[in-house]
Write a protein that binds this ligand. Structure first.
Ligand code: ASP
Length: 330
């Protein structure tokens, strides 16, 4: 007679489950971005450059501490993004850009590569950390995306932290709105959407993105950041992506998903795929911006077709490596 345990094992092996064995020894890695655009050394003061580098480094360290403690990729992604949402340097949470009607309307999304569960919110005005609300949608609702008043009702129900509109406002963003509306002035182009991708010790990927969108946007305009497959995507079988740039183009080119589809079906590396999608597909439409990419084997990179991207990476007990300009090493 066959031993029952041996039979069970044979059945598991033959049925092929689990499809990809979980490895408890994966070296964790976390990549973040704080927006892409024509960032130039001439326009960025040393003071702001130093502040950006410090903020990116702090977000990387906080997110990596989660991974180092054996925490999951999703927690690392949300931890890093919350830090950047709370920092008014970035166009996400506090410091979000203004709509044409002088309001802040924020979008965010998160995706778990282990089972491709996802959550997103759009056009929220009073939620302190939109990325946490996106996660709440993923974990505590049967939906993937909630918008506007409905998203905010859900936030109240879930006892999320809310803030009055004044909390999100900064003088710099206000000036940027006025300059953009006054087309004769040369407006400082606002960047600062934030995002993160992570790989945890169990070999799981996650991705998240959070933004105030584009300055002077119409009320109700939604960009790529909360659109799963456009601004955010994660699947253990392919890769994890968070994007930043001119959202309309990222939606039309389905950037995040296209990168991961190429990894999955053409067996390209995530960086190779991202280069094709950004430099050929997106550029052909006239769009600009950048992405952070990472796969389960730890292959990762930053790809952008703009002058710079606020970005950083931290891996295996290393110190955070942070970069801004195109010619900075990462
Ligand atoms: N992608 C964002 C949007 O279109 C903006 C950005 O990344 O700067 O809403």
């Amino acid at each position: 007679m066959h031993h029952p345990i041996r039979l069970l094992l044979v059945t598991i092996i033959l049925s092929g489950a689990p499809a990809v064995p979980l490895r408890a020894d994966t070296a964790p890695i976390l990549l973040i971005h704080g927006g892409a655009g024509d960032i130039s050394r001439e326009e960025l003061t040393l003071e702001r450059e130093t502040a950006f580098r410090a903020a990116l480094g702090a977000a990387l360290e906080a997110g990596y501490a989660v991974l180092d403690d054996g925490g999951n990729a999703l927690d690392a992604v949300t931890t890093a993004i919350v830090m950047m949402e709370d920092d008014d340097l970035f166009n996400a949470g506090r410091g979000a850009v203004f709509t044409h009607e002088a309001r802040n309307e924020m979008d965010a999304s998160v995706m778990d590569g282990a089972d491709r569960s996802a959550g997103a919110v759009a056009a929220v005005r009073l939620v302190k950390n939109p990325i946490l609300l996106a996660r709440e949608v993923m974990e505590h609702s049967p939906h993937v995306m909630l918008i506007g008043a409905g998203a905010e009702e859900f936030a109240i129900e879930r006892r999320m932290e809310l803030r009055p509109p004044g909390y999100f406002r900064t003088e710099r963003r206000w000036r940027q709105l006025l300059e953009t509306m006054d087309k004769s002035a040369s407006a400082e182009k606002p960047f600062g959407t934030v995002g993160a991708v992570a790989l945890d010790r169990q070999g799981n990927l996650a991705a998240g993105t959070s933004t105030g969108g584009m300055t002077d946007k119409r009320t109700g305009r939604v960009g790529d950041s909360p659109i799963i497959g456009a601004g955010t995507y994660a699947d253990n079988e392919s890769c994890a992506v968070s994007a930043t740039g001119h959202g309309e183009y990222f939606i039309r080119a389905v950037v995040a998903y296209d990168i991961c589809a190429r990894v999955r079906y053409r067996d390209e590396s995530p960086v190779e795929s991202a280069k094709v999608v950004l430099m050929e597909e997106l550029a052909a439409l006239g769009g600009d911006g950048g992405v952070i990419v990472l796969d389960r084997r730890g292959r990762h990179g930053f790809v952008f077709n703009t002058g710079g991207m606020y970005r950083g990476v931290i891996e295996a007990r290393g110190r955070p490596r942070v970069a801004i300009f195109a010619d900075d090493d990462t």
